[in-house]
Write a protein that binds this ligand. Sequence first.
Ligand SMILES: [Zn+2]
Length: 262
Amino acid sequence: MDMWNRRGFLGGLAAATVSGTAWAGPRPVVRRDFVLCLDAGHGGDNDGCRSRDGVLEKNVTLQTVLALQAAVLERLPHVQVVLTRDSDKSCTLADRVAFANGAKADAFLSIHTNASESRAQHGFETYVLDARASSLEAARTARRENDEGLAEPGTARAGAEVDTMLRQLEMAQQRVSAGRLAKAIQGHQQHAFPDRLDRGVRQAPFDVLMGARMPAVLFESGFLDHAEEGALLMSDAGMTRVVSSLTDAVVDFYRLQARTGS
Ligand SMILES: [Zn+2]
């Protein structure tokens, strides 16, 4: 986020210099670089869950992600949207996180559909990494990075402690931002689907959210194996509404990040 702030700040400075005029009135929202990583759950030989008539989660998530990429780019053409997969291919959870980190994404959004044993559950929910997993992951990442470093004997332990602390602070900040994105997603879905169950923002130690060095959330758009909800999610109208509400949430989050820089 630091880099991102700096780029934004310098960008604003350059614009002011070029125009040669002082800012007057309210400051416009400055355009900034922003990379959104979208992750279509499952894929390849991992089907995910399935609807009552055999539609596979991996195909619904891919369709959602492709439509969402197009919709976000239409609203925010200067944002870069990268996909962990854009076809029906296998992809490990670690690969997905590594890809998002490598792309230096500013936000990570993993898309899934749900299923329940009773086939009776329904509703949409968004997950953020829980605090305990977040803290453990921070310690693990810091330790790994420290082990890979060339710390002098005797300084390694102190270095590891500092790194762990810094990484924990970083992840705490990411969780705050992830919470904002999750809240925006739930809010817009609730607005678009007032008759469906809002299961809220939840916390879980999802592997695909661990190790992500940016705000990361996992959205469960609904229960594919629920008779009515499944049919809605697979319909063109339902898919369009899910995607346009997700787009609204991404735009909200982007604007908030651009304003607060955190
Ligand atoms: Zn899934």
